[in-house]
Design a protein around this ligand. Structure first.
Ligand SMILES: Cc1cc2nc3c(=O)[nH]c(=O)nc-3n(C[C@H](O)[C@H](O)[C@H](O)COP(=O)(O)OP(=O)(O)OC[C@H]3O[C@@H](n4cnc5c(N)ncnc54)[C@H](O)[C@@H]3O)c2cc1C
Length: 406
């Protein structure tokens, strides 16, 4: 256990470089991404401190609830390759944690041939990367999963490796394993000041302060506040999303193992799961249907407009799921304008790295954690981050166009 510097010595610590508690890396934010970083840093033998402003596993950010979709089906080869790396990184965690967190049940991307999201880019990217998938017409989709009420104007891509990451359990497993490997993780420790001191980082959290060689920012919806410590701003939006659990009339039609995770590729876009986590209910909702909020003042109330859109979709396309909503949870999307991640070091602070998951990052938390450990410990990574830099043109615009669909 490393003892923090007392609060009133920060000034002398900065100026005289007083010996104190030193870490190789400090991770700010212990949702899925920060917990992933803490795990990989500890796995690589680094002295790591993780600081989380709320209690571990809280429901005020982006990583809570039972499930997240994991899939290799993505619209660019770069994301498909990253998804392949994510599976490998989750399997490394499963081996270290002694716990399964990835559950394959197959995945179906489907929508109208002339829908707002073309499936062609997804198929091309998977082909380029050698990912197994099938192209299905509406007849085949109805035959395999009779709960779908779709006409012949709909088609789909089925990918057998898709499935679910058990979200809360996976994040807890990342933290637990990080601790077992030597990491120090603290909750209720909001980082309120960050200073760079001749290449060294000094972080203030509550009444305590810590020194480290490297800093990792994984604050998701609080990214603007964290970047503010470095005089940086990027265009950024936080939305309050909600997921709904329907007590399906025909539960067997949505059984885990036979019914896939699915994404309705149109505008609006919807997605859903087989029965998983919440007994006797299926999770279905709209992607990116929420309104902008401030993460510190947001409420946790139902968004009736999302409820109306999702209920209408369920009644029309999946009437077998159309029962009472037995649980409704809210959650934040932390969105860059192009919805692409940020995984990079800060241009003027090479000892500071940042990751933002853009509302689809959970499946990648394992590999993003590994990449963040690469950046912190090696100063480089073999993973392709070329489209995910913080310096990309759209993040320099004051009023960039938004492309929130995936
Ligand atoms: C409804 C919903 C459905 C989703 N579905 C999917 C899906 O199916 N598949 C998928 O891959 N992704 C999905 N996502 C996205 C995914 O869940 C997120 O990208 C991911 O959880 C982000 O993790 P994070 O660690 O970046 O964020 P968070 O979990 O929000 O963690 C950030 C943490 O930083 C902490 N923090 C911030 N500032 C400070 C500070 N100053 N000091 C200390 N701590 C601080 C916060 O308290 C927070 O705990 C979904 C998200 C939502 C909301």
């Amino acid at each position: 256990m490393c003892h923090p510097e007392p609060f009133d010595s920060l000034r002398s610590l900065r100026t005289s470089g007083v010996e104190g508690c030193e870490f190789d890396a400090i991770v700010v934010g212990l949702g899925a991404l920060g917990s992933g970083a803490a795990y990989w840093l500890a796995k690589r033998g680094a002295r790591v401190l993780g600081l989380e402003q709320f209690e571990f596993g809280h429901a005020r950010g982006s990583s809570h609830d039972w499930s997240r979709i994991i899939r290799k089906s993505y619209f660019t080869p770069a994301y498909v390759r990253l998804a392949k790396e994510a599976y490998a990184a989750w399997y490394a965690l499963e081996a270290d944690a002694g716990e399964q967190v990835v559950y394959k049940t197959g995945g179906l991307d489907l929508g109208p041939y002339d829908g707002a999201i073309s499936l062609a880019a997804y198929a091309d990217s998977m082909r380029t990367c050698g990912v197994d998938f099938e192209e299905l017409d509406a007849r085949e989709i109805r035959k395999r999963w009779p709960v779908w009420q779709i006409g012949d104007d709909v088609h789909g891509l089925f990918q057998p490796d898709s499935g679910i990451v058990a979200a809360e359990r996976a994040t807890a497993a990342l933290r637990r394993t990080a601790i077992a490997l030597g990491a120090e993780l603290r909750d209720r420790a909001p980082v309120t000041a960050i200073d760079t001191n001749g290449g060294e980082i000094v972080v203030e959290a509550g009444a305590e302060r810590y020194r480290a060689k490297k800093l990792i920012l994984a604050g998701a919806s609080w990214t603007p506040q964290l970047l503010g410590h470095f005089g940086m701003r990027i265009p950024f939006e936080v939305t309050k999303e909600q997921v709904m659990y329907f007590k399906a009339r025909d539960l067997d039609g949505f059984a885990f193992g036979s019914f896939p995770i699915w994404i309705w590729m149109d505008d609006p876009s919807f997605y859903g799961f087989p029965v998983f986590g919440e007994a006797g209910a299926v999770k279905i909702t709209q992607d990116c249907g929420g309104k902008p909020v401030d993460p510190d003042t947001r409420d946790f109330e139902e968004d009736r407009e999302i409820t109306a859109r999702v209920t209408e979709f369920v009644g029309r396309r999946l009437p077998a799921a159309d029962g009472p909503v037995v649980r409704l949870k809210t959650c934040l999307y932390a969105l860059t304008p192009d919805r692409d991640f940020i995984i990079d070091t800060l241009p003027e602070f090479p000892n500071v790295s940042i990751a933002v998951g853009g509302g689809h990052g959970f499946k990648f938390a394992s590999v993003i954690g590994r990449i963040l450990s690469d950046l912190a410990l090696d100063g480089r990574t073999d993973s392709d981050l070329s489209a995910l830099t913080i310096g990309r043109p759209i993040l320099q615009m004051s009023d960039p166009p938004k492309t929130y669909m995936l």
